[in-house]
Write a protein that binds this ligand. Sequence first.
Ligand code: COA
Ligand code: MG
Length: 296
Amino acid sequence: MSSGPWVLRSLLFVPGNRPDMIAKAGRYGADALILDLEDGVAPEEKARACQVVAGALEAGIPGSPIVFLRVNGSGSGLLARDLREAFRPGTAALCLPKCETPEEVVMLDASLRALEFQHRLPGGGTRILPMVEGARGVVQAAAIAASHARVCGLAFGAEDYTADLGVRRTRQGAEIAYPRAAVSVAAHAAGVDAVDGIYADFRDTDGLRADTGAARALGYTGKMLIHPAQVGPVHAAFAPEAAEVEQARRIVAAFEAAGGSGIVVVDGAMVDRPVVLRAQRTLAIASRPAVDRERD
Ligand code: COA
Ligand code: MG
């Protein structure tokens, strides 16, 4: 298991039946696009969405973004068609919604092996991002995350989760505190990325910032988005604050000056190995490109 060969803070959903949106989607600076065949597409549009997505992948999407494809789930009866009709080279990963068991991932691996052979792609190269968005999925999250080497992360979907439990979705989010934390812990235990679900109110930037901050505090390093305007605030929310970076620099410098072992004191506080590891991680994240501007 490993996270993908990428750092993904923002994964922008683009409805698979919207060639106009797909053509422009590479401009917005999202780390990845998720071309959607599932709940972002009305049932009567799904067959056409497969054709649109296949055509876009064959032609190549301007800006050469990393492309994920969200297929319909294992229980939908639509998954085989989605794979046959929409999967094309250029699909970095499949997003598997409403995942409840590790067996679903294992079955998807078998389908992918056949597709990769058919399309003359290197075997095993296509990754899988299972979405945990129901009670059964939460209970199985650790097994799902560890089910296959293709798994690059676990995504938590709060909207479907609350629908599954029949509970209200509140701004405070007490109803998702446990599953959201559990999915992050399961992802980290397997060494894969924790990806938070969408923030639906796409005009509410302050709310998005707070929501992303809450996800980050639980160990999430990426978030699914539904609108281009969400890219900038999400990248900013995942970026370490200047004071945090400065402190991390001091911690790493003091630790190295002390010979790289033992305990040192920085700003009056004890610094030992876990603190240094956190500081090094902060510096690694901070050295990534800053908030992206819109690409032309
Ligand atoms: N991907 C790519 N482009 C998008 C986009 C998306 N998810 N959402 C909006 N845009 C584009 C629009 O096409 C528009 O482009 P244009 O100005 O060049 O014509 C621009 O961004 C501004 O869009 P705006 O008018 O503010 O939004 P809208 O009212 O057209 O669309 C939504 C609002 C929510 C319908 C739209 O953002 C959307 O479809 N999001 C994805 C929803 C989805 O996939 N849900 C399933 C996963 S949960
Ligand atoms: Mg969902």
